[in-house]
Design a protein around this ligand. Sequence first.
Ligand SMILES: [Zn+2]
Length: 318
Amino acid sequence: MNGRGDAMRIDTMNKSTNNLQNQNGQFETKRDDCPLCASHRITPYRTITRWSIPFTVDRCAECGFIFMNPRFSNEAIKSFYSKDYFDGNAEYSYHDERRKERFALHVWEARLKVIRTFIRSGRFLDVGCAFGGFLSAASRYFEPAGIEPSEYAGSHARKKLGLQIHIGTLADHFFPYDNFLVITMIEVLEHMADPAFAVKECYRLLQKGGLLVIQTANMDGLQAKIFGENYAYYMPGHLSYFSKRTLVRLLLNAGFSRIKVFHPVEFGLLPKLKKSRGDFNSILDYRRWLRIAGYHYLSKFHAGNICATSSMVVYAFK
Ligand SMILES: [Zn+2]
């Protein structure tokens, strides 16, 4: 379900045969109150029109949380995560990690190295583990388990890792509480309609001292503000849009005691450069390294809640 590393690809392939209009693209009938603080004070924020079915996102005037409102119906959301989504063939689709796994491994290993400075080994859960690539890398050090709502992606991960992969969501309660030392949700929380439930559930699944790692966009980043409605992160599957402020508040409310925010990510530039080679077709593509390096160092400029870019990774300890 999640796209690792770079944001998911907005793929225009097969638009005619597999677009959102073919996927029961219906909306919920009512507009919701804020899913984080339950406030009724909701104001329109953006209208996103570049997809075959436009959608709107609202902003809570109380806590600042941004969310799709009204949401696509549950049936429509389920239909997004089809085989075509994971293979990269749908209008709204995932960057199929299997094709470039050896390149993505550089970023996965870099992340695991940072995680292991805090927790060396133990039970490790990846929520939204997709094809299980990251979890497979983690299994060198940790005892892995994964949750993946897509039968297609999850069964692939299960072939790799065995029965520790559970097809479903956190709400299906696969595990006893106080079970894990590390839980990761990499580009997953934005897909959830009820992220507050997910974060509380992760808290309960973690042992005391355990670590939750979340990667999601920071909508307070100038990147998100400058691009406005054209910001690439507005996607039909993204229901919840955080800022550093709203995410940190959510984590504190769930009970997490120590929180570290990284801009743009918790590791250096080199693994990102190595990973990007998976997309290169010619020697000229190395020019992209300038852009990637520029973005990486631009992301280092932040003061309080003001950040140059929208990339962030949050480590929260129970
Ligand atoms: Zn709110």
